[in-house]
Design a protein. Structure first.
Length: 237
């Protein structure tokens, strides 16, 4: 059984870039006769906007998306992430670190933490094409890479369709899946929507919120080189 998912973060309203990602994953799931799930990735609490999760779900409904099963919220799954991190510690494939999250290739903590007064994160011992990336942040928040792998396994996700900006995350997540004994979903990456300045369309670049289902769904289908008549046959708004 094909099972895909769309997993937005509640840091603001959905924009056209979000819509393209949602449409791509939705079309792939429905074309395969499979299921399409929605997950709210609300672990990064400092960036969450109050009320954004509910607004995201209402927007998806307004644009005619129909998801299968209950919505998963990462904030309700801390125990699952703790168990996964404990397993990685037991396998000695993670180590404590006081470096910045960006210092993936410059980290010097593999042989021991130099400054024991600093808050510690936990990093994976990478190999080959996988760097020593963070799985638990020094501020006490589980990192995206670990949470998404645990959640995809828990939800039985078989296929992931997402933006090419997450292409670098794929080898990291496949490595974590292997370490934790999970199966590997199939990954597809679509082009990223950009603004006139060539920047990725996002909340950080002031992308406007979605507002017109009929028009913007057809625009998303055109961006993905799909026929516009899919709008009437798949989206009920």
């Amino acid at each position: 059984m094909y099972r895909g998912r769309f997993a937005p973060s509640p840091t603001g309203p959905l924009h056209f870039g979000s819509l393209v990602a949602a449409v791509a994953s939705y079309l792939d799931a429905r074309a395969a006769g499979g299921e399409w799930l929605v997950r709210i990735e609300d672990l990064d609490t400092p960036r969450n906007v109050p009320g954004a999760a509910g607004e995201i779900l209402r927007t998806l409904e307004r644009f005619g998306f129909e998801w299968d099963g209950p919505v998963m919220y990462q904030s309700e799954r801390i125990a699952a992430y703790e168990a996964a991190l404990d397993e990685l510690k037991q396998k000695n494939v993670v180590y404590p670190c006081t470096c910045s999250r960006r210092d993936n290739f410059l980290c010097s903590c593999r042989d021991g933490v130099s400054d024991r007064t600093k808050p510690k994160s936990w990093r994976i011992r990478g190999k080959d094409e996988v760097d020593d990336f963070v799985v638990f942040r020094a501020d006490g928040i589980f990192a995206y890479q670990l949470a998404v792998v645990v959640d995809d396994a828990a939800q039985g996700i078989t296929d992931v369709v997402r933006g090419a900006d997450l292409l670098d995350s794929t080898p990291r997540q496949r490595y974590l899946q292997a370490l934790l004994g999970y199966s590997h979903p199939n990954y597809q990456h679509i082009p990223v929507v950009t603004n006139e300045a060539g920047e990725k369309l996002s909340k950080q670049t002031n992308a406007p919120p979605l507002h017109d289902p009929a028009t913007q769904l057809k625009e998303a289908l055109r961006f993905l080189n799909q026929p516009e008549d899919l709008c009437e046959s798949l989206f009920h708004f």
